[in-house]
Ligand binder design. Structure first.
Ligand SMILES: [Zn+2]
Length: 613
């Protein structure tokens, strides 16, 4: 299996080497680089360094080094194609179908050409803004917005002369052909042939990719025309909804803060940046897309949505929430007083006031509820039903079961749904719409007709290897598999292990159990076809991961049950029982968190083993 070289190069550029390596080692920023204790040799002072600019890692102790792919190969002990696959998954980049390499290459060349022309155009526009006579109108506009020269240079703002061909002439002088100019999107083609400059008499905001290369432009009118902003069309380089404005400058700050502030417009990002608020990204007018969220998610898993407070902004924010939740991002919403946008608000009230407001950002569910009850009377049944219908999708979209339940309870209380039967019905309606990725059904689910993937994987591992059974079975406790669909098989396995009997005896021990008679042939078949056992320690780790998975399923369903018991205890005023249940809940949440952390550690090990199944 081979991936096209061009794809590999692109992936290397797109994958954030710091983020990928950070999944394995704790990196600390030091100047332009990131440092850590080396994962490949034992040491107490860090000599392992990662350079995001050069896209390489290097250890001054053991001299291991290379690209992000070399790192993953070394760490996961996988082949080059497998490393590519892992890196692509971690970076949210789709793997290409292994087709026609030459077409990919041609497109790539065209894309490089567009970037080259964009660079020329941008340099020219920057010059016009800096010093041309006509550029004064743009310089005055920026002054009015209190944007400093330093900020202007940081964001590489420019000014496009009010001319039909000034840029085209400049590009031709630089050596561009008419065909290249037309493909760049910098001009508009005329029906009768020829073209004219797309951006005329406008302040230019360049959109950079994550490496800081200009891939598209937005142009703001300075004359009060109808089109306040015009943008580059899609080109070989630029696909709408794939990039976030400013991220090339703000990614490290976003990572450091652990969250990103998501805004809409160019100035909503540039002004906060100038004020020192630098963990910001801008979605740029078009509705937020999953691609954008996945890109942002590489730097932080929490997002504060800070769109305009006007009706259009609120609609856009609600759409954004849905997209963010679907990608497992924790969302808060910041609505500034008097419907201000971040740009206005900061210039008026300053950074301290903004930070205060941001600290008070609402959890997404509260924002959604507020919007749903606005202009509705909850005492009116029809209004109430409409409000519930409006809110539920935003709870359904949450994939964490615990958070989902919490949001659900908040929503039911806020919408004054007191009736227990109705609440249960609504809760069930959410569960049935649960996303596929939350495949772990609770073990007590009576409607479950297939074993969970975790059970099945663990059984496969146990069947594959007697040595592995000897290590793993003693760690398996009765309550780990009690209530599972495959309970009888696990029980029989543990008896066989304790009695030192042969695996074939399992048929006798599970006689009469329907599930076992269904599954055992598959397991034995699988055992006999299992020829490449792979690395033993890894399979043990994988088995432990499954075991953790089973425990997590159990904990989740107990946590679910506890919620109802807790509210029952509140209703009858049994404080003693309440505090007992409450501490149980805390303990379970802590255990769950530990399991999740371990699972995260084991995941990649698991994935590399899975390939061999
Ligand atoms: Zn080393």
């Amino acid at each position: 299996m081979r991936y096209p070289q061009t794809f590999i190069d692109d992936l290397k550029r797109q994958a954030d080497i710091v983020r990928v390596i950070q999944d394995y080692v704790q990196l600390k920023k030091k100047g332009a680089n990131w440092m850590a204790c080396c994962p490949f040799h034992k040491e107490k002072t860090p000599s392992f360094s990662v350079s995001p600019a050069k896209e390489i890692f290097y250890c001054f102790g053991c001299h291991k080094g290379g690209s992000v792919f070399n790192f993953v190969m070394e760490m996961e002990r996988v082949s080059f194609p497998e490393a590519i696959k892992l890196v692509a998954e971690k970076s949210g980049v789709a793997l290409p179908k292994l087709v026609d390499d030459s077409r990919f290459e041609a497109r790539r060349q065209e894309s490089d050409q567009v970037i080259e022309l964009n660079k020329w155009a941008l340099e020219w526009w920057e010059q016009q803004l800096e010093s041309s006579l006509e550029g004064k109108i743009a310089r005055d506009y920026l002054k009015g917005r209190e944007i400093t020269d330093e900020t202007r240079r940081t964001f590489r703002l420019g000014y496009a002369l009010d001319s039909w061909d000034a840029l085209s002439i400049y590009l031709r002088q630089k050596g561009a052909t008419q065909e290249q100019i037309e493909k760049s999107g910098l001009v508009v083609k005329k029906d009768e042939g020829g073209s004219y400059d797309r951006f005329r008499g406008r302040l230019i905001f360049p959109v950079m990719d994550i490496q800081g290369r200009p891939i598209a432009f937005g142009g703001r009118t300075l004359k009060g025309e109808d089109a306040k902003y015009i943008n580059s069309p899609e080109t070989a380089t630029y696909v709408k909804g794939r990039n976030l404005f400013g991220l090339n400058l703000t990614r490290d700050e976003i990572r450091r803060n652990g969250f990103a502030i998501l805004v809409e417009g160019f100035l909503d990002l540039i002004v906060p940046y100038q004020f020192g608020i630098r963990n910001v990204a801008a979605s740029l007018g078009t509705a937020l897309t999953s691609d954008q969220v996945r890109l942002l998610g590489r730097f932080a898993r929490k997002v504060v949505v800070n769109y305009d407070g006007d009706p259009a902004g609120v609609q856009a924010a609600k759409k954004a929430i849905e997209i963010l939740l679907a990608e497992d991002i924790e969302v808060k919403v910041l609505v500034l007083p008097d419907n201000s946008d971040p740009d206005e608000f900061l210039r008026k009230f300053g950074v301290a006031e903004y930070t205060l407001q941001r600290g008070d950002a609402q959890p997404h569910i509260q924002f959604v509820i507020d919007q749903a009850v606005r202009d509705r009377k909850l005492s009116n049944p029809a209004d109430k039903e409409a409000a519930i219908d409006e809110v539920l999708p935003y709870i359904r979209a949450v994939s964490s079961r615990i958070q989902k339940r919490e949001y659900f309870d908040i929503a039911m209380d806020s919408l004054r749904v007191g009736d227990v039967a109705l609440r249960r019905e609504l809760w069930l309606s959410l569960r049935t719409g649960m996303r596929q990725s939350a495949q772990v059904a609770p073990s007590t689910n009576r409607f479950q007709i297939k074993p969970t993937q975790t059970e099945e994987r663990l059984l496969k591992l146990l069947f594959s290897d007697a040595e592995l059974r000897r290590i793993v079975m003693p760690r398996l406790e009765l309550e780990d598999y009690q209530g599972l669909l495959t309970e009888s098989i696990f029980r029989a396995l543990s008896e066989i292990e304790a009695e030192g009997k042969d695996l074939t005896d399992i048929k006798e021990k599970t006689e009469g159990d329907e599930i076992a008679s269904d599954l055992l042939p598959m397991l034995f078949l699988w055992q006999s076809s299992f020829s490449d056992p792979g690395n033993f320690e890894r399979r043990v780790l994988l088995a432990e991961g499954c075991l953790d998975g089973l425990r997590k399923i159990r904990i989740d369903s107990r946590i679910d049950a506890l919620k109802e018991e807790l509210s029952a205890a509140v209703e009858i005023g049994d404080t003693e029982r309440y505090s007992a249940l409450y501490s149980e809940q805390i303990e379970l949440l802590q255990r769950r968190k530990k399991l999740m952390l371990r699972a995260e550690e084991l995941r990649y090990v698991g994935e590399s083993v899975q390939l061999k199944f």
